[in-house]
Design a protein around this ligand. Structure first.
Ligand code: PMV
Length: 360
């Protein structure tokens, strides 16, 4: 596996010291979606997301020397040993090239999310980026590397991408894009960058109210979904379409054209779910409640003209996106028109955030 870095670490330094660090890293919600990839986690099209503020993962790791000659990890999620996550991290770290020292390492990790596990919110972006940030912080302390802040975050984005594509965008606050795009200078398939282009005031500090329509486990993983794009007859057109939507979306955000922005964001969400339905075999991740509430959103917007739009992740939950200036009206809408369709505490009020934070 190629990491696109020049790191070559064969063994732990003679002066190796045990240590600990902790990071919190946010989830993100894509406006233009990544769906389909090539080998080595190279995306089939560019994507751009809002980094969230409230939904994040906190991870603390401590490290010491492993005496078994093998990498060892004890991974705890919410205080409970989690073998599945531990195995995922082990596979990911052992596959990194030029880091032979990993076999001499023992890591204990404790992780938790600020959002309920059962909320069906994608946690791999926040979870993987939080772990990677801890891991690079460890390398910084043990090997005295990654001192340059810009390079630290770039490496964090590269490694997060290798762990879980969309996690590459979580290491930057604001809007982050990943994947080569002719309309984003400096964009790359290997890592995300923070979006630096001009934005109309309406698109600064976007709000995201996450409406939990179903709390169940997903029936098809993102990994399987990406894989099905390989045989989807519409895939090539979709990849071109994502490039077109990216250009049009950024233009709408520069000009302050909310209606255009809303149309594009909703088109991206439904195209993602359309691709799922057009895969062989097909699958549907929306639930009846998702459809019911999309209808509620659409008719209320037609009636009132409120500036709000929806997007969907690879799951049934609705992200309602709106400018900060519409907050009072949207909260009233959620309280009066949406909450009655749902069990209590089914909405998470989130917004654009500043990115990861070192806790320790
Ligand atoms: O990062 P993955 O492999 O879990 O893929 C996630 C893809 C979407 O969430 C559906 C879209 C995106 O760009 O975040």
């Amino acid at each position: 596996m190629k990491t696109e870095t020049n790191i070559d670490l064969t063994s732990l330094p003679v002066s190796f010291q045990e240590g600990t660090t902790a990071w919190s890293s946010p989830s993100n919600i894509a406006l233009v979606k990544y769906w389909g990839k090539y080998d080595n986690q190279i995306p089939a099209n560019p994507s751009i997301s809002i980094t969230l503020s409230e939904c994040h993962t906190k991870t603390e790791i401590s490290w010491k020397k492993s005496n078994s000659g093998q990498f060892e990890i004890d991974f705890y999620f919410d205080g409970q040993k989690n073998e599945a996550f531990g195995t995922k991290i082990k596979k990911f770290l052992e596959a990194l090239p030029n880091r032979e020292y990993i076999k001499d390492l023992h890591i204990t990790a404790h992780s938790s999310n600020t959002f309920p596990h059962s909320a069906g919110i994608a946690s791999s972006a926040s979870g993987m980026s939080a772990f990677v940030l801890c891991f690079l912080e460890m390398e910084k302390q043990v090997f005295g590397m990654h001192e340059n802040e810009k390079e630290f975050y770039r490496e964090a984005s590269i490694l997060s991408r290798l762990a879980s594509g969309s996690a590459s965008r979580s290491v930057y606050g604001g809007l982050a894009s990943w994947g080569q795009s002719s309309v984003i200078p400096g964009s790359s398939d290997l890592y995300a960058t923070q979006y630096q282009g001009t934005l109309h005031a309406d698109f600064k500090n976007l709000q995201d109210s996450i409406i939990i329509c179903d709390r169940g486990e997903k029936s098809v993983s993102s990994r399987a979904g990406h894989g099905l794009m390989k045989t989807n007859p519409y895939a090539q057109r979709r990849f071109e379409h994502a490039h077109e939507n990216m250009a049009a979306l950024l233009e709408s955000m520069r000009k302050g054209d909310w209606d255009k922005f809303a149309a594009l964001v909703e088109n991206e969400a439904l195209t993602l779910h359309g691709m799922m339905m057009m895969s062989y075999p097909w699958f549907i991740l929306m639930k009846p409640k998702t459809i019911e509430l999309l209808d509620v959103i659409k008719s209320y917007r037609e009636k009132t003209g409120i500036r709000m739009c929806f997007t969907l992740d690879a799951g049934p939950n609705i992200h309602l996106i709106y400018p900060e200036s519409e907050k009072t009206k949207v909260l009233e809408f959620l309280k009066n028109e949406v909450e009655k369709h749902l069990p209590e505490n089914s909405i998470i009020f989130d917004k654009e955030g500043n990115g990861p934070q070192k806790l320790k």
